[in-house]
Design a protein. Structure first.
Length: 545
């Protein structure tokens, strides 16, 4: 499952084969296996704004997760039970994850940014039996707890009283030795709800094999990590597949320390400070966050950065942001692709010559990815179709929780449909256009929003942008842009016209936004992706009124 350090992508891809053992447990792989031989090795570091940074060793992680696993069993939690995690990046979050995997239960990570309705929906749909949260999470749970009959236990990392258990007291009261469950690659380990960009979220269930399945892509994007001094950080919430499976768990499995920070709102200046103070060498930074970093002028002069690799995924990175990172930070960003159901299957690797502005990359070794038509047939080079992944694949989900019909609809033959449009060139590079639902039909043209949005953020006044189709009696739809302005710019009709012309002159006469609307805040998922559906639905409602 590990990539050989080589200079040839073709050789690596051709010779790669999966070697996932018949017995595999995520919890053991990210803690006990290291603690057995290197108990004093640092695995986690926590950034504190006051400078009092904390650290944890593999030995400590192994012992504390063992104690918490014993505690969960004492509460009546067993194999297959769902245990929710409503926590920020913290040591407790990792301890709880590892404990859940060790005992054969199913981790259900949830974002603290979720409102009460979103939390109730996910906890109810998953039938969560227990939840680990903090003081903020407890305040959210208070309103919905009566509607969650399956939720028997609440554990708090903060204040605990009454029926709420104390995380620290549970760990202290139970033995720090635990016999890890004898799990196989397909034993359910993790349920992550889809981000809900196109419809109601669904619980994607993954087996323990999902972690080793991520290792080739992780190593490919980060220049054959681990290397001496490597240290991983991501601003992404660990409740999202990106933060958890693109950064935290694979880094721990490979012995690379992971930096955590409790901040929930992305702050560009603080992000640079974290990377500099903690001497981060490897970062996973989603495209939206990279665009926000552009607001910091001359970052390499202000901060002592030691970065050697940056991976980015979640939506299209685009040429503008690619070039900014390359020029300003001095690193070629490695874009990659996947989704909650099947992650890290396409990737870039500048050190292997697999990099191209505006393209995601090429198939990661061990994965078969193609562009298909609606009938599941591979299309010709250069033809736009749907990105699809062939099964079996270790990163592919086991299915949607309690939804066999939705699981069946996700496949055509042995291809798992992603719902994302793209095309592949003669060199194997895949260009991403956006979700099929997001495609704009205007005057007979099918227009992907990603290229328009990439062009928009190249304008100095544009901080974030989204492009959607607005109903139009003449053209079917017109392109409408929603723009969040950079500080110092005022929303005026003249600026709207300037931004529209900016796209018209750089792309084409049929792709430019005929309308530009300035908004104060862009609707984003907890993973940082633009929820175009909300903007599109708003335009449909206006047209119907």
């Amino acid at each position: 499952m590990f990539l050989p350090d080589s200079s040839s992508y073709e050789r690596i891809f051709r010779n790669f084969s999966w070697e996932i053992p018949a017995t595999f447990n995520i919890g053991r792989a990210v803690s006990d296996d290291w603690a057995m031989h290197h108990p004093g090795r640092i695995c986690l570091e926590h950034f504190s704004p006051d400078g009092h940074h904390l650290s944890m060793t593999y030995g400590e992680l192994s012992a504390r997760s063992a104690a918490f696993a014993n505690a969960l069993i004492s509460l009546g939690i067993g194999p297959g039970d769902r245990v929710a995690l409503l926590l920020p990046q913290s040591f407790e979050t990792v301890i709880a994850h590892v404990a859940i995997y060790k005992m054969g239960a199913i981790a259900l990570p949830l974002a603290l940014l979720f409102g009460v309705e979103a939390l109730e929906y996910r906890l109810s749909a998953a039938g969560a039996k227990a939840i680990v949260t903090n003081d903020f999470g407890l305040s959210r749970l208070e309103e919905i707890r009566p509607h969650l009959p399956a939720l028997e236990h609440v554990v708090s990392t903060g204040i605990a009283s009454g029926a709420v258990h104390s995380f620290a007291e549970l760990v202290a009261a139970h033995p720090s030795v635990f016999e890890v469950a004898d799990t196989g690659p397909d034993t359910p380990a993790l349920m992550i709800f889809t981000s809900g960009t196109t419809g109601p979220p669904k619980g994607a269930l993954h087996g323990h094999r999902v972690l080793p399945g991520h290792i080739p892509g992780f190593q490919m994007v980060h220049d054959f990590l681990p290397k001496p001094g490597d240290k991983m950080w991501t601003p992404s919430d660990w409740a999202w597949a990106g933060g958890l499976l693109n950064a935290l768990l694979p880094a721990l499995m490979l012995g690379v320390p992971v930096v955590s920070s409790a901040a929930q709102k992305f702050d560009p200046g603080m992000a640079f400070r974290i990377m500099a103070e903690m001497q981060v060498k490897n970062a996973f930074i989603p495209p939206t966050a990279l665009r926000l970093l552009k607001s910091v002028e001359k970052p390499r002069e202000k901060y002592d950065l030691v970065l050697r690799s940056i991976g980015s995924a979640g939506e299209s990175l685009g040429r503008e942001t690619y070039e900014w990172v390359k020029t300003t930070l001095g690193i070629v960003p490695n874009e990659f692709y996947g989704q909650t159901e099947c992650n890290f299957v396409l990737g870039s690797a500048a050190h292997l010559g697999v990099t191209r502005a505006g393209a995601i990359g090429r198939p990661v070794p061990g994965h078969r990815v193609a562009i298909i038509d609606d009938d599941g047939r591979e299309v010709r080079v250069g033809v736009t179709g749907q990105v699809a992944v062939a099964r079996p694949d270790p990163v592919m989900f086991l299915g949607y929780w309690n939804d066999e019909d939705a699981t069946t609809r996700k496949f055509v033959g042995d291809w798992m449909k992603t719902g994302d449009l793209g095309r592949q060139d003669e060199d194997g590079f895949v260009e991403f256009f956006g979700r099929d639902d997001d495609v704009i039909t205007s005057s007979g043209y099918r227009i992907g929003p990603a290229e328009i949005e990439d062009c928009l953020v190249g304008h100095p006044a544009v901080r974030l942008a989204a492009a959607v189709g607005k109903p139009d009696p003449l053209r079917t739809e017109i392109v409408k842009a929603f723009v969040v302005l950079t500080d110092g710019y005022a929303p005026t009709p003249a600026l709207a016209a300037e931004i529209s012309d900016w796209v018209k002159n750089r792309l084409s006469m049929h792709e430019y936004p005929r309308e530009v609307e300035f908004i104060d805040e862009m609707p984003l998922t907890t993973s940082g992706k633009v929820i175009r559906r909300l903007l599109r639905d708003r335009e449909l409602a206006v047209a119907a009124a």
